[in-house]
Design a binder for this molecule. Structure first.
Ligand SMILES: [Zn+2]
Length: 111
């Protein structure tokens, strides 16, 4: 379950920022290329956060679609998987512009 390793990395970053403050909610943006399953993510987050300041936090997962831009024709191709060719002209020289991110977008603390 690779979600666990991913959640451990996220929880580590949350704990660095939170210090002793209890965390109410975190929002994480994850590109589709990481193949994260929301259910596994939720379970993994609970395991990774156990015993720390994010123990009772709600983890909100935002899945980011894969987007590739074609330098030849300027078209953008959006997909759930790695884009191998431009959907407009068929060029394989596409540049990935989204889909591999892993961003801790926000942390809300318990008031
Ligand atoms: Zn193109």
């Amino acid at each position: 379950m690779h979600e666990l390793g991913l959640c451990e990395a996220i929880v580590h970053r949350v704990e660095e920022r939170a210090g002793d403050r209890p965390v109410a909610r975190v929002r994480v943006r994850v590109g589709r290329l990481h193949h994260v399953h929301p259910e596994a993510f939720e379970q993994s987050f609970t395991i990774a956060a156990a015993g720390g300041p994010a123990e009772d936090a709600v983890a909100e997962l935002v899945l980011v679609p894969v987007v590739a831009r074609c330098p030849a024709c300027g078209a953008e191709t959006q997909a759930d998987e790695l884009v191998l060719a431009c959907s407009a002209c068929g060029s394989v020289e596409v540049e990935l512009t989204a889909g591999d991110e892993l961003t801790l977008e926000s942390i809300e603390y318990v008031a």
